[in-house]
Design a binder for this molecule. Sequence first.
Ligand SMILES: Nc1ncnc2c1ncn2[C@@H]1O[C@H](COP(=O)(O)OP(=O)(O)OP(=O)(O)O)[C@@H](O)[C@H]1O
Ligand SMILES: [Mg+2]
Length: 218
Amino acid sequence: MIILQRGKFITFEGIDGAGKSTHLAWLASFLRDKGLEVIVTREPGSTALGEQLRQLLLDHRQAMHAETETLLMFAARREHLDKVILPALERGAWVISDRFTDASFAYQGGGRGVPSARLEILEQWVQKGFSPDLTVYFDVPVTISRQRVQSARTADRFELEPDLFFERVRQAYLQRAKQFSERIRVVDGSLSLEEVRTAMVEVVEKFWSAQASSGYRM
Ligand SMILES: Nc1ncnc2c1ncn2[C@@H]1O[C@H](COP(=O)(O)OP(=O)(O)OP(=O)(O)O)[C@@H](O)[C@H]1O
Ligand SMILES: [Mg+2]
């Protein structure tokens, strides 16, 4: 009899230019080399409806109330869970998401000032207690974030926000990392690419060994 084990859910967090996308590809191939099926996904987006919501959310011509923004983020997340994340985990695949709910606490909470209590209600409503098994938070100062993304592309609705906004986002991420220190691992994203990768590899290998020693089988 084959007992199918549920996959693990890993999320990457951090402000723009922190290195999420750069290092995500490495992690996916690390896990695939272990013989796992790996799904790489992102928020907001990753479903047909979610990608349409992403366009609305990032469009700098589309002003919206902070709560509208929050509700759209959670609406996209509900689809993401239903259509991508949960089915993949159920069939035993591992899922890595470029941003998830910690980003709502950082951006809509820290950045826009939506009270955490409201975000927690939405989190509970949409996720029903579900949360990532591991989160890697790439921490970078706002000045470095700005330098890295500058001139790379046209600024979206978030990137047009002033440095102070991103300071609040960063502080909210750090605060969450403290609050959920078991799940959220902080990696200093301001170091060289190689150093950041080394730190991330350490986090992932520790997580991997913990799974293995708790009886996780491929
Ligand atoms: N540690 C680093 N040292 C130097 N450059 C870096 C480092 N990490 C990332 N970069 C560069 O910064 C840019 C942005 O990195 P990346 O796209 O991985 O960030 P991100 O966290 O995915 O940002 P976004 O949220 O905007 O998608 C890329 O050009 C990348 O090569
Ligand atoms: Mg990215």
